[in-house]
Design a protein around this ligand. Structure first.
Ligand code: HEM
Length: 161
């Protein structure tokens, strides 16, 4: 708000950067998904064990069609988060989705470090996906939308709820 001190502001320009770049990148969704997963496993190979469809799979990563839905969820929900942030926050608008994601990711064994690895991999994937559109502003817009989404998911990752 204009008085400050009530957290970070997501601007119209930041929303536009996220929406526009995702509009370009989603034409290559399968390729992006593979890239995103490869980067995650490069940094944290053990993450493979969290995913049921990778744990027991003999299919090479490049041929695994199940990578795409998770990567797409991460991209689209981060993009939606950017749009909702402009409208005043994501918590209310997506409460049931966030509750479900919080509960399920707790159960899968996802911890803070995993969200950090995904953030790094996501930003690198975007950087390589749209080199001609990449900028510090672009990076900050995606990072902020992702951080806000993740903090909303984490808020629902309570063992007792
Ligand atoms: C499953 C979204 C971050 C690991 C899912 C599903 C969605 C989703 C929609 C489908 C099933 C369900 O609803 O529970 C997201 C979003 C994320 C995120 C939006 C962050 C913005 C992560 C991270 C990890 C992770 C950081 C771990 C590195 C998993 C696993 C599954 C899953 C292991 C189950 C896959 C399977 O075995 O079928 N996620 N996720 N997710 N996610 Fe995420």
């Amino acid at each position: 708000g204009t008085c400050g001190g009530e957290g970070r502001v997501f601007t119209e320009q930041q929303e536009a950067l996220v929406v526009k770049s995702w509009g370009v990148m989603k034409k290559n969704a399968a390729d992006l998904a593979l890239k995103l997963f490869l980067k995650i496993f490069e940094i944290a190979p053990s993450v493979k064990n969290l995913f049921s469809f990778l744990r027991d799979s003999k299919v090479p990563l490049e041929q695994n069609t199940k990578l795409k839905p998770h990567a797409l969820s991460v991209f689209t929900m981060t993009c939606e988060s950017a749009v909702q942030l402009r409208k005043g926050g994501i918590a209310a608008a997506k409460e049931t989705t966030l509750k479900r994601l919080g509960a399920s990711h707790l159960k899968y064994g996802v911890v803070d470090e995993h969200f950090e690895v995904l953030k790094y991999a996501l930003l690198e994937t975007i950087k390589e996906g749209i080199p001609e559109m990449w900028s510090v502003e672009m990076k900050e817009a995606w990072a902020e939308a992702y951080d806000q989404l993740v903090s909303a998911i984490k808020a629902e990752m309570k063992p007792s709820s």
